[in-house]
Design a protein around this ligand. Structure first.
Ligand SMILES: O=P(O)(O)OC[C@@]1(O)O[C@H](CO)[C@@H](O)[C@@H]1O
Length: 390
């Protein structure tokens, strides 16, 4: 794979972490996350030392990688312009990616050794999957039988959208409550009238996943519905090849979630059993491309992925980070047209995203004024969302 740093989408000022929400991620969320990793996995002293070293390093100048594994040479190229600078003054998206790459190296993920392939976020992910919130979601699947068929896809789409609030990194700063699904009024840009007809006729869907647990579960239920309704359809789940942003799904996480469905109450078990069959038959596939853990935006996607997006009837991008990578991690005026910013996409693309960072496009002026006059942190609170398609 040839991932060139290239020229990312940058027609607006690039977001750094000197203040505001990105600053709080680097200053508060990352150290908290490191402590949680050490609290979750009983790593030996040398790994604890390395993780604690990273906690100190992120308050100093950016240092080169100290490992030579896998993509290290590629990372050396990506890091070159930023070495010696403060983590806070470089692009936020890049700094977060570098942090997760360094964390994997510090925990021995790349090996060789006994900690190779041990997910540093594994205990947190497992607790989410085994927890009461996921159990409640599994039980609620019995209710799908009473949703009128004409409303089912819409309902599943909204489930997949609001499930995006359940990322474990986000919950470090905002404890997850058993919140109700927000009203449609919280959807501040809603392209469902265009998206639903496309989705209901899709034969070749790519779903670029985000978080495990309460997000991946509705994604899988949506995939099951499409595959069951359309016997010729195929759904490709694009997942992360390695642990990333705490709760992002890797191939093993998808399999664990399917298994959780299989072992759940009757309605869940039926879905899980069908999904296993779809996986075995190659109608539900998993792709774990290295691009998905690179500090790049989608306009820099390598040729093989571009070709896949072009060949699909629709690519659905889940979540906040995929949105930042789709429109660029830049300070667009929020009224900028989604269609304009995503015109480079080699096919049809839709974003299902709850707002958990400042980036935003496609909102009309009147709604923007109303939002700016209301809740102070509306762009990062997770209370609002967009469904956008181009
Ligand atoms: O992609 P996701 O899971 O929806 O959100 C990822 C996220 O929690 O991480 C970033 C801060 O670390 C923000 O962009 C966003 O809030």
């Amino acid at each position: 794979m040839d991932l060139e740093p290239g020229a990312p989408i940058a027609k607006a000022p690039v977001i750094t972490s000197e203040d505001g929400f990105p600053h709080s991620v680097l200053r508060e969320r990352h150290p908290e996350l490191l402590a949680k990793v050490l609290g979750g996995v009983p790593y030996p002293p040398e790994i604890r030392l390395a993780v604690n070293g990273l906690a100190q390093e992120i308050e100093g100048p950016i240092l080169p990688l100290s490992d030579t594994h896998g993509d290290a040479a590629q990372w050396a190229v990506w890091a070159e312009p930023y070495l010696g600078k403060s983590w806070y003054e470089v692009p936020f998206l890049w700094a977060e990616n570098y942090f997760y790459r360094k964390l994997l190296a510090a925990t021995g993920w790349f090996g060789p050794g006994p900690w190779q392939g041990v997910d540093p976020f594994g205990p947190q992910k497992d607790a989410e999957l085994a927890g009461a919130a996921v159990q409640a979601e599994l039980e609620a699947l019995a209710g799908l039988a009473s949703v009128p068929p004409a409303e089912l896809l819409d309902s599943l789409l909204l489930g997949a959208l609001w499930g995006n609030r359940a990322d474990l990194g986000f919950q470090l700063q905002r404890p997850a409550g058993g919140e109700e699904r927000p009203a449609d009024a919280n959807l501040i840009c809603d392209h469902r009238p265009a998206l639903l007809p496309v989705l209901s006729g899709v034969d070749h869907l790519i779903l670029v996943t985000d978080n495990i647990g309460r997000e991946l579960l509705p994604d899988l239920v949506l995939a099951d519905q499409l595959l069951t309704l359309r016997p010729d359809a195929v759904v490709h789940f694009h997942v992360k090849p390695s642990p990333y942003f705490t709760s992002d799904a890797t191939p093993i996480d998808v399999l664990k979630t399917v298994q959780r469905l299989v072992e759940g109450p009757a309605a869940a078990a039926a879905i899980g059993t069908r999904l296993r069959e779809y996986l075995s038959a190659g109608r539900l596939t998993l792709t774990a491309h290295p691009f998905y853990v690179a500090p790049l935006t989608f306009d820099q996607a390598p040729a093989d992925l571009q070709k896949a997006y072009a060949a699909a009837d629709l690519t659905v991008l889940k979540g906040d980070l995929n949105y930042r990578r789709l429109v660029g991690d830049v300070a667009w005026p929020a009224t900028t047209a989604f269609e304009e910013v995503t015109s480079y996409w080699p096919g049809r693309v839709a974003a299902l995203r709850t707002l958990k960072s400042d980036v935003l496009v496609g909102v009309d002026q009147a709604r923007l004024a109303e939002l700016d006059a209301g809740e102070a942190n509306w762009r990062t609170s997770g209370h609002y969302a967009v469904i956008q398609m181009n």
